[in-house]
Design a protein around this ligand. Structure first.
Ligand code: UDP
Length: 343
């Protein structure tokens, strides 16, 4: 069965998914930084299918060629191995700036570089419309619940998460300054926790950790059990990746230039979340607890009134449906990994 799947994958490589034909005036040149990453590659798929010309700039720190290889060689697609800390001179109509390590272990690995991760100078030179992938982390450990865009947040500027939270905050400030001073058209998406296929297997985040731990417990070792950091009473609200992509594209094509929350208000404690995943996977492992991590936000849920009103957008995919697709993806990844390790 696995052989068949691998053969099907090989065969599909030469065939491109069918893209919509767009006339020259409707077709845009769009740069996606971080386009080989988890969210970026789903956005690239959508933009390509819509018939746009897409340029991906990625340094493959957390992105993977596999996520976009089905477009390599397509006439509307270009891949540049580029680290966006350095300037990039290309003419485009729109820029989705998604390049940034997003999971805590990844962004803490090189905190200085994390802080340098923005390329607003590019938008200024080419005068492209610029969508910045900001984050719910700008709200820090929020004292207001749920979080509206007007909440200023509660961020520790001196701690392990600061490199991420504060650089996203300063990047929002840069967007504002460029918009005022240079008249750049900007869009700011405050993205809440997102999950789905193509998430990095080892990114250390709760969805990938809990799914992998539950799956591996099934077949490999009894030591792999979901580990909850702290009490497990902290909450998160998870959006499925296709909902996020709908939101990002609607925001880019709107005329609103202040921050907009894009997330799913469906909120769970981390303990509930562990139990749901364990049940869906069918694992019989117990839950285990570890020490809490520093500055872990204790509650998080987006208020999406603004996105609903402005963009007529709201998430559609239910948690169970999205998790089942994600679990199927990870199951397959593990199969392929074991297969390649054996050969
Ligand atoms: N978490 C956990 N076990 C894990 C990974 C994460 O209990 O193996 C917790 C983490 O402490 C946090 C929540 O799950 O409270 C979400 O963590 P994640 O790193 O996925 O995202 P973020 O903290 O950036 O929202």
């Amino acid at each position: 069965q696995l052989e068949e799947r691998i053969q099907a994958l090989e065969a599909s490589k030469t065939q491109y998914p069918e893209v919509t034909f767009l006339s020259y005036k409707d077709r845009k040149r769009i740069l996606v930084t971080g386009g080989a990453g988890f969210v970026g590659s789903h956005l690239v798929d959508r933009l390509m299918l819509q018939g746009h010309e897409v340029i991906v700039a990625d340094n493959f720190f957390t992105g993977r060629k596999r996520n976009i290889e089905h477009w390599i060689g397509h006439e509307n697609f270009e891949l540049i191995n580029h680290d966006i800390v350095n300037p990039l001179f290309i003419e485009v109509d729109q820029i989705y700036h998604l390049a940034s390590p997003a999971s805590p272990p990844h962004y803490m690995w090189n905190p200085v570089k994390t802080i340098k991760f923005f390329i607003l100078g590019l938008a200024r030179r080419v005068r492209a419309r610029f969508l910045f992938a900001s984050t719910s982390e700008v709200y820090g450990d929020p004292e207001v619940h749920p979080q509206k865009e007007t909440y200023f947040g509660n961020v520790n500027s001196f701690g392990p998460r600061a490199c991420y939270d504060e650089s996203k905050r300063v990047a929002e400030a840069m967007c504002y300054a460029y918009a005022k001073q240079e008249r750049i058209s900007i869009r700011i998406a405050r993205i809440f926790n997102t999950y789905g296929p193509r998430m990095h297997m080892n990114d250390g985040r709760v969805v990938s950790n809990f799914i992998l731990q539950s799956l591996q417990n099934e077949s490999i070792t009894v030591r792999n059990t979901p580990y909850i950091y702290g009490t497990g009473k902290q909450t998160r609200s998870f959006a499925y990746v296709s909902d996020l992509i709908d939101g990002l594209i609607s925001l880019m094509n709107s005329n609103y230039s202040s921050p907009v929350n894009i997330g799913n208000p469906d909120e769970y404690t981390i303990e509930q979340f562990a139990l749901i995943i364990k049940d869906l996977v069918g694992a019989n492992s117990s839950l285990a607890f570890k020490e809490a991590v520093t500055d872990d936000p204790q509650q998080r849920r987006p208020d999406i009134t603004l996105a609903k009103t402005l963009l007529n957008w709201q998430p559609r995919v239910k948690l169970i449906e999205g998790l089942n697709k994600t679990i199927a993806y990870f199951r397959n990844e593990l199969l392929v990994k074991h297969h390649s390790e054996r050969n």
